[in-house]
Design a protein around this ligand. Structure first.
Ligand code: NAP
Ligand code: MG
Length: 402
């Protein structure tokens, strides 16, 4: 066998939970360790270890990502009431992705992996749509009050010198609810720059949409910041490359996206991005074929699959039943991170390895070997349905023959 590829800087490796934790180990054993002298700094973000460390491990892994520049993350459980008792948790720990995003203040780009034989539900989507989700603030950093009854709700800002600005929210005549949300010019600006840079990197148009006609200050500020940064920093480069920045209202954007052929980046506010990325992923065929990368304004990258820990499959696995879980998006998280590490450290072999492993994944499915959920939507005549491990082994076989 050829000599293993050497790495210089470690990848930050964030292990996770349930079925994806099982796939994680299989991917390393079958597809990475035989070919690469894998250098990682390992953080166990599995829920048990997060609980043991009072979630310090999540913060440490994000800090390490800042230090080294590239991380690869396995899907993790976001605890809810059921998980509290299942894992005997000390606290309902926050979503690790939320914690990591808050520390890195980045933008999440999600793009589907397109494969021949898997036709999107939206027939005219012949190119991938990349969703860029703003990863800071709004409803994800909200403050809420359940209003018990009659009373006045106000929005109050107190400046450092003590001066106040007040706006009436509502005079309640009975019970109700209120919510306070915020964002910062700094975060919105870095979101805008991340999107413009990614559009230039990938030579794609950039679309952005908000509800500025209704939210005349909040959403309008997003629109204005994007336009100012575009005009002063990016307009010329976009024109040279023949790509476009396009702003419209969110409802108009949704309609246009459905009619489009794809091939652009759709920048979304935090909540729109959360919702629309699942819609787009599903319409392209399968949640398990969506890649995700968090890009911070300082140029730090964290790669992951967009799907969760596939809990239902894990419970089958625990009962000793066979699973057919698709590992492609998790493999692409590794290849994305390895390619970026190669790019930053000038290791061509690592970049080539990543390209080749991605091609091997696609070729394996196009040759008719796939996991169950892909076989249900594939136009392939007689697909060979493989279990979780055999699918990874089939990818390795394809890889070795390429
Ligand atoms: P999920 O893990 O994405 O799975 C939902 C369903 O989608 C699965 O039951 C499965 O359908 C299908 N699916 C997803 N990925 C698949 C794959 N790779 N191969 C085959 N089928 C796949 O979402 P969830 O069940 O709502 O969440 C489970 C846990 O994941 C939760 O604790 C949640 O907090 C966490 N989560 C983590 C992240 C993250 O870390 N980024 C993101 C989302 C959710 P069938 O059962 O029909 O086969
Ligand atoms: Mg979501």
């Amino acid at each position: 066998m050829a000599e293993k590829i050497k790495m210089t800087t470690p990848l930050v490796e964030m292990d996770g939970d349930e079925m994806t934790r099982i796939l994680w180990q299989m991917i390393k054993d079958e597809l990475l360790l035989p070919y690469i002298d894998l250098k990682t700094e390992y953080y166990d973000l599995g829920l048990e270890h997060r609980n043991e460390t009072n979630d310090q491990v999540t913060v440490d892994s994000a800090e390490a990502t800042k230090k080294y520049g590239v991380a690869v993350k396995c899907a993790t459980i976001t605890p809810n009431a059921a998980r509290m008792s299942e894992y005997h948790l000390k606290e309902m720990w926050k979503s690790p992705n939320g914690t990591i995003r808050a520390i890195l203040d980045g933008t999440v780009f999600r793009a589907p992996i397109l494969i021949k034989g898997i036709v999107p539900y939206v027939k005219n989507w012949t190119k991938p749509i990349t969703i860029a989700r703003h990863a800071y603030g709004d409803v994800y950093k909200n403050t809420e009050i359940k209003v018990p009854g009659k009373g006045k709700a106000e929005l109050v800002y107190t400046a450092e010198d003590g001066t106040e600005v007040r706006e009436l929210i509502h005079n309640f005549s009975g019970a109700g609810i209120i919510q306070g949300i915020h964002n910062t010019e700094e975060s919105i600006s870095s979101f805008a720059r991340a999107c413009f840079n990614y559009a230039i990197d990938t030579r794609q148009d950039l679309w952005f949409a908000t509800k500025d006609t209704i939210s005349k200050k909040y959403d309008h500020t997003f629109k204005d910041i994007f336009q100012e940064i575009y005009d002063s920093e990016y307009k010329e480069k976009f024109e040279q490359l023949g790509i476009e920045y396009f702003y419209t209202l969110i409802d108009d954007a949704v309609a246009r996206v459905i009619r489009s052929e794809g091939g652009f980046i759709w920048a979304c506010k935090n909540y729109d991005g959360d919702v629309m990325s699942d819609m787009v992923a599903t319409a392209y065929g399968d949640l398990s074929m969506m890649t995700s990368v968090l890009v911070s304004p300082s140029g730090v990258y964290e790669y992951e699959a967009a799907h969760g820990t596939v809990q239902r499959h894990y419970y089958k696995h625990l009962k000793g039943e066979e699973t057919s879980t698709n590992s492609i998006a998790t493999i692409f998280a590794w290849t994305g991170a390895l390619r970026k590490r190669g790019e930053l450290d000038g290791i061509r072999e690592l970049e080539e390895f990543a390209d080749k492993l991605e091609k091997a994944c696609i070729k394996t499915v196009e040759d008719g070997k796939m996991t169950k959920s892909l076989s249900l939507i594939s136009t392939c005549e007689d697909p060979v349905i493989l279990n979780s491990l055999d699918f990874i082994k089939a990818i390795r076989e394809t890889f070795d023959t390429m």
